[in-house]
Design a protein around this ligand. Structure first.
Ligand code: PLP
Length: 413
């Protein structure tokens, strides 16, 4: 057989209306594509990283010196955050969906002893990790965290802020308070909330480590930087134990962002190769976030989520989520069990909605960076078409009347 070079890859333009990635802003793509060729120690690249660090602290409302970003996606940031968890460490992890479930697996991998790894290498059952499973569709509550931490008194506690698998907002204040009361260091998966919600890290002193991603609330997919932030207490622990990683050790990584011994220094030093294109894109997405402001943006998410929620409810769907950037729903009873078919029909047409990735099967529709009348109306109409296609009933006039009444005639955007 002879090998032939493939033709250039063309990727179709679709409507990314899922839990993430969101539609990357054209200005971010422009920054990516127009950055000059430069190496990772060139002055503008290093300055850009320092500026990103300062913007990130502002957006995330924190004085934590160790606030920077990790090349990659959400799991890269999460791996960095979990790097301080050592074999045998006691952990209580709360799960209520796909992502916190994978986080709990990561924690079991980190905390497992060599014997526990050998016994079950891909799914180690670390005796020191307690996983508290909350059923899909329900939130992690302050009461549950309080009771579990009081009982186990772990070194680390973990929760997702917003569980994107089931679309639930978990109780961050309750989690932080319980961590403080019981002397646990809290770790938060904030992958889907940063850039969507308005919250400040420093209001949650029980949380020692935070991890997020570039491509959801920050709308910066061209594979860029996943934000992380750590308190002094986290860094002190890491200093005393070390970590089984070079690249994802927060103390090592922070050096390239100009953070050494808890202090900002003028210039970063080499940790790994960084891309000037990625730095430029990330820098632009942070600027856009600050210019728009999280107060305005988070209100806008709430407004548009409500329109989408009410429209699909009008179509007979049942919404079970409470995340402002995403709705998770059950189809009308007559279409029950046809969620996969509906999602596949939509995706085949370039309307990128998602099923849930773990049981039960539900439909997920997201509005990341779709914060205007036109975009939300388009999503509503495409979804109505998909329901009709399966033989469901949709009252076209009622849906159009709902959109009209919410958005009014004068508001074009
Ligand atoms: C998307 C998501 C992840 C995984 O992030 P990647 O960017 O795909 O690596 C983890 N946790 C939560 C809560 C998420 O929403």
């Amino acid at each position: 057989m002879t090998f032939q070079i493939f033709p250039p890859l063309e990727i179709l333009e679709t409507l990314a209306a899922g839990p993430g990635p969101g539609n990357t802003d054209a200005r971010v793509l422009k920054a990516f594509a127009s950055a000059g060729v430069a190496d990772h120690m060139q002055g503008d690249v290093l300055r850009g990283m320092i500026e990103c660090k300062h913007m990130l602290r502002k957006i995330w409302g924190t004085q934590n010196a160790y606030t920077f970003a990790v090349a990659g996606t959400g799991w890269s940031a999460l791996d960095t955050m979990f790097s301080a968890v050592m074999p045998g460490d006691t952990v209580v992890a709360f799960t209520n969906g796909t992502f916190s479930g994978i986080d709990a697996l990561t924690l079991r991998i980190k905390a497992a002893t060599p014997e526990e790894h050998a016994a079950n290498p891909l799914d180690p059952q670390a005796a020191s990790v307690t996983v508290v499973e909350v059923p899909h569709g329900q939130p992690v509550t302050a009461e549950l965290v309080e009771a579990s931490l009081a009982r186990h008194k772990p070194k680390w506690a973990f929760m997702a802020h917003w569980e994107t698998g089931s679309g639930r907002v978990n109780d961050l204040s309750g989690f932080s308070d319980a961590c403080q009361r019981h002397g646990a260091m809290g770790l938060i998966d904030a992958v889907s909330s940063l850039g969507v919600d308005e919250f400040s890290i420093d209001d949650y002193p029980g949380v020692a480590g935070w991890a997020s991603c570039p491509q959801k609330g920050l709308c910066c997919l061209p594979l860029t930087y996943a934000p992380v932030s750590f308190t002094k207490a986290y860094i002190e622990t890491l200093k005393s134990t070390g970590a089984y990683t070079y690249v994802h050790n927060p103390i090592f990584e922070a050096r390239h962002w100009g953070i050494v011994d808890g202090q900002d220094v003028e210039k970063g030093t080499y940790h790994r190769t960084h891309s000037g294109y990625a730095v430029a894109a990330f820098h632009e997405s942070l600027r856009l976030t600050l210019r728009e402001g999280l107060t305005k943006r988070s209100m806008s998410y709430r407004t548009h989520e409500k329109v989408l929620r009410d429209a699909v409810t009008e179509m007979g769907c049942e919404v079970t989520s409470d995340m402002p950037s995403l709705i998770v729903l059950n189809l009308p009873p007559e279409l029950a069990d046809r969620e996969m078919e509906l999602v596949q029909n939509c995706r085949a047409r370039g309307f990128g909605i998602w099923p849930t990735l773990s049981e039960p099967v539900q439909v997920r529709i997201g509005i990341l960076n779709q914060l205007n009348r036109e975009a939300v109306s388009r999503i509503v109409r495409l979804f109505a078409d998909a329901i009709r296609e399966l033989g469901g009933e949709v009252d076209h006039d009622a849906i159009e009347a709902l959109l009209e009444s919410r958005y009014g005639t004068s508001i074009a955007a």
